[in-house]
Design a protein around this ligand. Structure first.
Ligand code: KG4
Ligand code: ZN
Length: 346
């Protein structure tokens, strides 16, 4: 038949994931999507330990695959294509996924496709909403921040991105500075609910410069200075001080992303006959204020705004299965020489 049953694997960071996606020429459907997190393993170290991550992937990948097949009511024999994240990411984990995919492809005699993790995120709005090309994707997570003009499954133009921290990283570090829990994004968003965003002055980095590049590490430094100034004056921080700091920080991030999104859509429009749709992916897309700002910009340009459900915005294997399927349909196929790449720009 013309319908693919694609098994996707994702293991480039700290989530071990497997998913089954069925893809016909007309439509795609997620039959299962399993994500096994590793938070508990890394918590004590204050960050992801690559060696621990790789070991956990090696132990858990086949569990994730079994669960994904079970939930899709399938066996390995029903799978017609296997795809895995081949980079960029922590090399030990990527190797686990690529090696597992090769083993399955060789054993079942089915084709193999290596997928760029960023392409997986960037193509997600097609899986969830059938979004046609072209569109501008803002990818905002703990590790990534870039604008991509997406014109095909292997046709990405980077319009700009962060020159230092990713926004999620800035949220996480800022939360630590205020003694809030991790992940920092949701913690800051919660604290900011009763905060006054205008009380502290936060910069709007790089807005004075043309283009779509962004910078977020200065916001974290501004937060640190403001925190210390308040603490020096009053001998400590009240709950309200924290709320105001969080609100000011969050507003600054949202403002920068909003204005740079305007520029990305403007820049993309220059090479197209009309402005393209706007889509977003990555954990930071969960933020209500940031999301609202992006939706406003889409409205200004009269284009649609697509934000996939959060479980598909963050790392998962359904996006890898889907991207593998699109690439395969476009003629791409890998063999046993497929390499795991720690760096792989789109
Ligand atoms: O995409 P993701 O799950 O993982 C990668 O970084 O690949 O994104 C996680 C990041 C974390 O930095 C987290 O603090 C941030 O997304 N995040 C948020 C929110 N929820 C998660 N940032 C701001 N506001 C949120 N509500
Ligand atoms: Zn990711």
């Amino acid at each position: 038949t013309d319908t693919l049953a694609i098994l996707g694997l994702e293991s480039s960071c700290d989530d071990t994931a497997a998913a089954v996606v069925s893809m016909s020429p007309e439509s795609s459907e997620i039959l299962s999507s399993v994500v096994l997190g590793q938070d508990a393993l890394h918590d004590a170290y204050g960050g992801i330990v690559p060696e621990i991550a790789a070991r956990a992937h090696a132990e858990k990948l086949d569990v994730a695959v079994k669960q994904a097949l079970f939930k899709a009511n399938m066996t390995l024999g029903d799978v017609t294509l296997v795809s895995a994240t081949a980079g960029p990411g922590l090399i030990g984990g990527v190797l686990c996924g690529v090696t597992t995919a090769k083993a399955i492809a060789a054993a079942r005699r089915i084709p193999l496709v290596g997928v760029n993790h960023l392409a997986g995120h960037a193509l997600t709005p097609r899986l969830t909403d059938g979004l046609p090309y072209p569109y501008v994707m803002l990818l905002v997570s703990g590790g990534h921040c870039q604008f991509l003009l997406v014109e095909g499954c292997d046709d990405f133009t980077r319009l700009g991105g962060t020159i230092d921290d990713a926004p999620g990283e800035a949220f996480d570090k800022s939360a630590r500075l205020l003694g809030l829990g991790q992940p920092g994004g949701p913690a800051i968003e919660r604290a900011a609910l009763d905060g006054d965003a205008a009380r502290f002055r936060f910069p709007r980095p790089l807005l004075d410069r043309p283009g779509c590049d962004m910078s977020f590490s200065g916001l974290k430094t501004a937060l640190l200075r403001a925190r210390d100034a308040v603490a020096a004056e009053k001998g400590g921080l009240t709950r309200q001080d924290r709320a105001d700091l969080c609100a000011g920080f969050q507003r600054a991030v949202a403002d920068v992303l909003q204005e740079k999104t305007r520029r990305a859509l403007t820049e993309a429009s220059r090479t197209l006959s009309e402005p393209p749709a706007l889509a977003v992916a990555g954990g930071v897309a969960a933020n209500t204020e940031i999301r609202a700002g992006l939706e406003t910009v889409a409205g200004e340009f009269g284009v649609s705004f697509v934000a996939p459900p959060l479980s598909l915005c963050t790392d998962n294997a359904a996006m890898i299965a889907y991207a593998g399927g699109e690439l395969f349909r476009a003629g791409r196929i890998d063999d046993m020489t497929l390499a795991a790449r720690p760096r792989w720009p789109l």
